[in-house]
Design a binder for this molecule. Structure first.
Ligand code: PLP
Length: 397
């Protein structure tokens, strides 16, 4: 099929929930994608922080092909070796002792909130159920997660929403302190807001949140769905400030493109779940775990995360040079390979021009561009992106 045919079939049969670009990709390799007409694109969005290994990484392809030939799914009524193995890898490299596997970020956050509620019900009683999240946060699209998300646009039209969620300004301990009380079950926060526009809080913010949680005996949940699995140059973003949570969620890049999510917790908290408390038919099945295992084994190799940090610094440096040349760039910021650029003009037109020029970026907020390259990116691909941006930015002078 060509692109117009794919678009028309989609419009006929697929619910109209996405604002899509008129492009249909058919093949990927490393940092590049090709569309149905054979045009090549530099993929610096990676399926929104998902394809950490780029496209069709040989070890990843081998692992999932071999697994598909052996066994794909049996359900969680039986034991799954690779599930236990990636559970061990995640716990060995984090604060956590136990993991629950699911299929997406929203589901991982649902698990986190259910775990926090059931834990606090046992510990502090029925009244302690409120979850405080941040304005401009994003936690997913299920009913509970749109209630958790601090952006009105995702809630509109779906009321009544599940109760017990409130929002305070991000990176502001004063408002958080005022909002906390005996009813506060947990505080849920992204260490860096992703959909909110790559917002990096001040370096002592998470330590302050932790202290307030301790004071009110509330649990601290990190939503690392976007920041986790190496994106910021550490396995988890909280490692930059060395402030561990009680519960942490990951998804997106965990399966390097294969759908899998996880909720990690300390033993003390995880023990509040008992058989029957929570479940997922597909969660952590053989194929998903083979994908996650292949990715984790590469991610944990020497130098992989160093490359993320190094390339992130190089990219930021190059972008700061672009800022000097193009006056509509207001701020460039980032951690590892999670990069945001604030503009004085709407980002949408730049994203569209980028696509025409063969560069994939996006604009999560009206005047912010976001760049999420593959974690395997090299200097030459960053140089290529900078060259494309420099040229297309001239049209917006
Ligand atoms: N949490 C964060 C921080 C996210 O960025 C996202 C997705 O963008 C989600 C949760 C939801 O993940 P999913 O779309 O896999 O449900």
């Amino acid at each position: 099929m060509n692109t117009p045919e794919i678009i028309s079939l989609t419009q006929k049969y697929i619910m109209n929930t996405y604002g899509r670009h008129p492009i249909a990709f058919v093949r990927g390799e490393g940092c590049y994608l090709w569309d149905a007409e054979g045009k090549k694109y530099l993929d610096f969005l990676t399926g929104i922080a998902v394809d950490g290994l780029g496209h069709c990484h040989p070890a990843f392809v081998k692992a999932i092909s071999e697994q598909a030939n052996q066994i794909v799914h049996t359900s969680n009524l039986f034991y799954i070796q690779a599930q236990a193995e990636i559970g061990q890898l995640l716990c060995d490299h984090s604060f956590a002792d136990k993991v629950f596997f699911c299929n997406s970020g929203a589901e991982a956050n649902e698990a986190a909130v259910k775990l926090a509620r059931v834990y606090q019900k046992k510990k502090k009683g029925d009244g302690c159920f409120e979850i405080i999240t941040m304005q401009n946060s994003f936690h997913g699209r299920t009913l509970a997660m749109i209630a958790a998300t601090g952006q009105e646009k995702v809630k509109k039209g779906f009321e009544p929403l599940p109760e017990g969620f409130s929002h305070v300004p991000f990176d502001d301990l004063h408002f958080l302190e005022k909002a906390m009380n005996d009813k506060t079950c947990a505080v849920m926060v992204e260490p860096i807001q992703g959909e909110g526009g790559v917002r990096i809080p001040s370096s002592d913010y998470l330590a302050g949140v932790r202290q307030l949680c301790q004071k009110h005996q509330a649990l601290l949940i990190y939503d690392e769905v976007q920041t986790g699995m190496g994106r910021t140059g550490k396995l988890f973003a909280y490692e930059h400030v060395k402030v561990a949570p009680d519960i942490l969620t990951v998804a997106k890049s965990l399966g390097a493109g294969f759908p899998i999510g996880a909720c990690l917790a300390s033993d003390e908290v995880a023990n509040a779940f008992v058989p029957g408390s929570h479940a997922s038919t597909f969660g952590g099945n053989f194929l998903a775990c083979a994908a996650a295992k292949a990715f984790l084994q590469i991610l944990l190799q020497n130098h992989f995360l160093e490359n993320v940090e190094e390339m992130g610094k190089y990219f930021l440096n190059q972008l700061h040079q672009l800022k000097k040349k193009h006056s509509f760039i207001e701020e460039v910021r980032g951690q590892g390979l999670m990069i945001g650029i604030d503009l004085s003009i709407p980002g949408k037109a730049i994203v569209e021009k980028g696509l025409q020029a063969g560069l994939i970026l996006n604009s999560p907020q009206e005047k912010t561009l976001r760049i999420l390259p593959p974690l395997i990116v090299k200097q030459k691909e960053i140089d290529e992106a900078i060259q494309i941006m420099d040229k297309l930015f001239e049209d917006f002078a």
